[in-house]
Design a protein around this ligand. Structure first.
Ligand SMILES: Cc1cc2nc3c(=O)[nH]c(=O)nc-3n(C[C@H](O)[C@H](O)[C@H](O)COP(=O)(O)O)c2cc1C
Length: 162
């Protein structure tokens, strides 16, 4: 699968089989994230990877009762340092991860609806890190329809803003 195929294939998956992801596949995904560009190559991120089933279950209530979190194979908590571009850097890194996951037939879903204070105490995150965004990864149990995307005509101006 090439990059364009992975981009086309990726979509948010909110239904997982609960199967565990082999450690070597998780490593492939984390290496994809690690290889992402970042401003000044600061790599101002950290990833907490959760695969423990009991912890995944606990995370449901910390993610505003998004039940599918419990059935994911891994839940990744994205942390950022206090740097100008760190949130963008982290988003690029996790997007790399999501495309690598698509290539491995794994589904992902960004998780922005979570309780940061509860996460901080549950995972002992030190104050110098912001808990910025999370992502589920897992084997899809169903593939929904592709959501509608805006047309290029709506999104793109050529040469100047009309
Ligand atoms: C920053 C961010 C936060 C998101 N948070 C959630 C979330 O908490 N729960 C969820 O089910 N989807 C979440 N999503 C997924 C979006 O709903 C999804 O990307 C969007 O509907 C487009 O669908 P697609 O990813 O299949 O293209 C989030 C996406 C982004 C980029």
């Amino acid at each position: 699968m090439n990059v364009l195929e992975a981009i086309r294939r990726r979509r948010s998956v909110r239904s997982y089989t609960g199967e565990s992801i082999p450690e070597e596949d998780l490593e492939v995904l984390l290496k994809a994230a690690r290889s992402a560009p970042s401003a000044k190559n600061l790599q101002p991120w950290k990833f907490i990877v959760i695969t423990n089933k009991k912890t995944l279950q606990d995370l449901v209530s910390l993610c505003h009762n998004q039940g599918f979190v419990a059935d994911s194979g891994a839940f990744i908590v994205g942390l950022t340092e206090d740097e100008k571009w760190s949130r963008i850097d982290l988003a690029i890194a996790l997007d790399h991860l999501s495309l690598a996951a698509a290539q491995l037939d794994l589904g992902t879903c960004w998780i922005g609806a979570f309780k940061p204070d509860s996460f901080r105490s549950y995972f002992n995150v030190p104050p110098e890190y912001e808990i910025t965004i999370c992502m589920t990864v897992g084997y899809p149990s169903e593939r929904g329809e592709s959501p509608v995307k805006k047309s290029l005509e709506e999104l793109v101006c050529w040469e100047s803003y009309k």
